[in-house]
Design a protein around this ligand. Structure first.
Ligand code: GLN
Length: 415
């Protein structure tokens, strides 16, 4: 409680963000009984701001997934239709906000895990510029991509929570030493003259309702003085391949620490090798094992050059392409995902179709750029649709400016 800027507001925090003495299981059996001995920096900041922490929310195990079905305690469901997924991997936090169980949520986003659940549940989700929000106390999935971001009902709330959690932290070696300051007033800035770039070629991925809703939103923005230009971004196949090589490589290294010695569950064995093998076999789910195998493969001595090193140089090209595009326009706009929330179980047996869902979200992650998902409308089944706005590094302000306009134009504004 108290008198901070978030005094009295309740928060749902994804189960991979450390809260001292509270369950922080990352959706994994291997951490089911683990309680962190310290608070993540974002949690310390929420406490100082007066927020009330409600508890940990369901997630895809270690953040690996787009549906919140890969969890030892899941799945989470979509409050708009309980037969559908809430998106992932921060699906529990987004569903809690959409259902009114929590005023706001914190998720983590590696390749879309804040933005996709926001999209599926009809709430606002922000991926901050890489390094803006401290990762201290966030259990690592792919460290060069991981970033914590708010899930909120409005753009105003997103800016308000961002103000609280963002800023330099000496406990995170990749933290950016750039001032954050007041962000909410960005919502009142004019939209006239803002240039929005649209990567037309990528839109072929989205279904008819998604594209119709996206075009309607662009037209509405043009009515308030925004100009729309065509831009060219890398093909989604290059984005996804690059992302899934880098993310699995980093995951296989990060998850090596769960060996039954220092953290969490242990299954006994005759020696270290047997104990560790049994512990990891019992503790990790199918998708996590798949990622560890993929990551170990792309990093292996004979293949590293063909996969990991190539992915790193592809990532550099992707980043400079985004930078070049953002020197010609202020913001890049796409839908957040190719479709609205899909049915529970419908992609579980087909990991590639699940990965494909990340086509629009992995680009900003690879480039380290901020991106904001704002609800725009509904598809024919009444499921939420949204726009994803991507800005230049440290450009969260213009995302709030444009996001607030979208919110007003689509009739979602509450403040
Ligand atoms: N779906 C992507 C993955 O599984 C992104 C998840 C995330 O952002 N944590 O890697």
């Amino acid at each position: 409680g108290g008198s901070g800027p978030l005094a009295g507001f309740s928060a749902a925090v994804k189960a991979n963000i450390c809260v001292r003495g509270e369950p922080t299981d990352c959706g994994s059996r291997i951490l089911q009984d683990w309680r962190p001995p310290y608070d993540a920096t974002v949690v310390t900041r929420l406490r100082t701001a007066g927020a009330r922490l409600l508890g940990a929310t369901v997630m895809d195990e270690f953040g690996m997934g787009s549906s919140t079905e890969h969890s030892c305690v899941g799945p989470a469901r979509n409050p708009h239709d309980l037969t559908r997924v809430p998106g992932g991997s921060s699906g529990g936090a987004a569903a809690a906000v959409a259902a009114g169980l929590a005023y706001f949520g914190l998720g983590s986003d590696t390749g879309g895990s804040v933005r996709q659940p926001a999209h599926c549940c009809g709430v606002v989700g922000l991926l901050p510029t890489y390094g803006r929000v401290s990762r201290y106390g966030l259990v690592a999935y792919a460290s060069s991509l991981d970033q914590i971001g708010p899930l909120t009902r409005t753009v105003y709330d997103s800016a308000a929570v961002f103000e609280v959690i963002a800023g330099f932290d000496e406990k995170d070696a990749t933290s950016l030493d750039a001032p954050v300051g007041e962000m909410r007033s960005a919502m009142d800035r004019p939209t006239a003259g803002v240039v929005v770039g649209v990567p037309r070629a990528q839109l072929a991925l989205a279904d008819a309702d998604t594209n119709a809703d996206f075009e309607r939103t662009l037209l509405a923005l043009q009515d308030v003085g925004v100009s729309v230009v065509d831009v060219e971004l890398p093909d989604h196949r290059d984005l996804l391949a690059t992302y899934y090589v880098i993310a699995t490589a980093e995951a296989s290294t990060n998850l090596a620490r769960f060996d039954g010695v220092a953290y969490g569950a242990r299954v006994h064995g005759a020696d270290y090798g047997e104990m560790t093998g049994r512990t990891r076999d019992a503790g990790f789910g199918r998708e996590v094992k798949r990622r560890i195998l993929l990551g170990a493969f792309v990093l292996s001595a004979g293949h590293r050059g063909a996969f990991y090193d190539r992915a790193l140089s592809a990532r550099r090209r992707i980043r400079s392409r985004y930078e070049a595009v953002l020197s010609c326009c202020d913001v890049i706009a796409t839908p957040t995902a190719p479709t609205a929330a899909f049915l529970l179980g419908s992609k579980l047996d087909d990991p590639l179709s699940m990965y494909h869902n990340d086509a629009f979200t992995v680009g900003p992650s690879l480039a380290g750029l901020p991106a904001l998902t704002v609800p725009t409308g509904r598809d024919r089944d009444g499921m939420p649709l949204s726009i994803q706005l991507t800005g230049a590094a440290l450009g969260e302000g213009i995302l709030f400016t444009l996001g607030a306009a979208v919110e007003r134009l689509c009739g979602k504004g509450e403040t």
